[in-house]
Design a protein around this ligand. Structure first.
Ligand SMILES: Nc1ncnc2c1ncn2[C@@H]1O[C@H](COP(=O)(O)OP(=O)(O)OP(=O)(O)O)[C@@H](O)[C@H]1O
Ligand SMILES: [Mg+2]
Length: 434
């Protein structure tokens, strides 16, 4: 990610500026030779020596800085370099004041490559050589001339050093700003990545939540179909099959089948509207279980006894609906599979728990491990699985105890969640059931 700041344009120019400052010494080094030749009329030998010193200066700079950029990080080496450069500048300026035009390179490099007091120490001879050039160049020294040179050099040093320090400060600030911008860009980039990751996670969570919702609803519909339509149809088939035999029972069996059909239809409609079971609409749980057992007894011909122990009280509608459905499926299983003579339904209210046992004295079976304790050779029965799902949804547990020939006990244990005050059920309204 690119961060644009007001000085982005200047920052972009920096490499070019840097390249220019590297090349400029080679421009300013030969130029003074021309006015030197024209104004001081040196002999060929003297000119040659001056030109050779100029070439040496250029070569010194090229060797120590341009060809070995790594050396610029080594303080003592740069001390040697600046000392050499300043000495050459002094020699050149003594030979011709025109080389003062090149002296600024000495100052620039003293500030760039040296640290602390060494910068000023290296700047003093450069300032003196510039001062000397400004006062007309080197001549036979007199006290007055030397004083003037020193004063001019001090002024030069103050001005140039001041500007040099300002330049250094702004360079430092520039570097700090660049570092800050780079850090900001990195932070922005990681923020950007994190946001992208976050969006991905959110999408994933939404998908998972939607899938979980779909699965939960699918399971609810499966449970409702099993406990209303499938159970009812199984009962109707049993009654009609019994009626087929004719005899005195026929009328009663057909009446049972009709009643079962009506009840199943009502239950199916209520489950479409997500309402609680009809049996709990007007009755408290112990009464509802008693009525269910009585009807079941009448239809199946198996004696059923319902006992409630402990302090019976209104519980959360979901808890009551679950216990009712478990009882209905357990009874339905007894009728279908147990060939039992008797069934005992026990509802026990304890302080924090409510338990339900449905025991029969029928054929029993060998409970398998999974799913839902169905026997290992079960042909895809769903009733025990549904019971277990319902009970687990409310943080309860379901036990199946059975053995061939020894009857079966289905035990459900649920937290006795009290009916919340103000709950629609309290006011006689329809309670949502899931
Ligand atoms: N009280 C019982 N006595 C004897 N066997 C039982 C009893 N309850 C369950 N079983 C055995 O466990 C199996 C699984 O019961 P489950 O209720 O899960 O399925 P189902 O009754 O066969 O079919 P569905 O309930 O889906 O109509 C039954 O097929 C039966 O073999
Ligand atoms: Mg069943």
């Amino acid at each position: 990610m690119t961060v644009r700041t007001p000085d982005s344009g200047l920052v972009a120019l920096e490499p070019r500026y840097e390249a220019m400052t590297r090349v400029l010494p080679f421009v300013f080094l030969p130029i003074p030779l021309l006015p030197y030749a024209l104004t001081q009329s040196p002999g060929a030998g003297a000119f040659g020596i001056t030109a050779a010193i100029a070439v040496l200066t250029g070569a010194w700079y090229a060797w120590m800085v341009l060809l070995h950029p790594g050396w610029t990080q080594r303080q003592w080496l740069m001390g040697v370099y600046v000392a050499g450069l300043v000495s050459l500048i002094m020699v050149l300026t003594i030979r011709s004041p025109w080389f003062a035009f090149f002296s600024w390179v000495g100052l620039m490099h003293a500030f760039r490559y040296l640290a602390g007091a060494w910068r000023w120490a290296a700047s003093v001879p450069v300032a003196l050589s510039i001062g000397m050039a400004q006062t007309g160049g080197f001549r036979r020294p007199t006290v007055a001339w030397a004083l003037i040179v020193v004063v001019v050099a001090c002024i030069d040093l103050g001005l140039m050093g001041g500007f040099g320090m300002l330049g250094m400060r702004s360079e430092e600030q520039n570097q700090a700003r660049k570092k800050m911008i780079a850090e900001l860009a990195a932070a922005n980039a990681s923020l950007h990545d994190m946001m992208a990751e976050n969006t991905g996670l959110q999408t994933q969570l939404l998908t998972q939540a939607r899938e979980a919702g779909i699965l939960e609803e699918r399971q609810r519909i499966a449970r409702e179909i099993h406990d209303t339509l499938a159970q009812g149809l199984a009962g109707i088939i049993t009654q009609l099959e019994a009626a087929d035999g004719g005899g005195a029972e026929k009328g009663r069996r057909i009446a049972n089948a009709k009643r079962l059909a009506r009840e199943s239809l009502t239950e199916a409609r209520r489950s479409v509207q997500a309402l609680r079971p009809a049996a709990l609409e007007d009755n408290r749980l112990p009464d509802a279980l008693t009525k269910v057992a009585e009807r079941w007894s009448a239809a199946s011909g198996v004696a059923a006894e319902v006992v409630a122990t402990g302090a019976a009280r209104a519980l959360h509608p979901e808890v009551e609906a679950t216990l009712l459905r478990v009882t209905q499926e357990a009874l339905s299983n007894v009728a279908k599979h147990a060939a039992a003579a008797r069934v005992w339904v026990t509802l026990s209210y304890m302080e924090d728990l409510v338990t339900l046992d449905v025991r029969d004295d029928g054929a029993g079976f060998e409970p398998g491990d999974v799913p839902g304790d169905a026997p290992a050779d079960a042909g895809g029965g769903f009733g025990l699985t549904v019971m277990r799902q319902r009970v687990r949804r409310l943080a309860g547990s379901l036990e199946v105890e059975s053995e061939p020939g020894s009857g079966t006990v289905i035990s459900a244990s649920l937290p006795a969640i009290p009916l919340a005050p103000g709950c629609p059920d309290e006011e006689g309204g329809a309670e949502e059931r899931r």
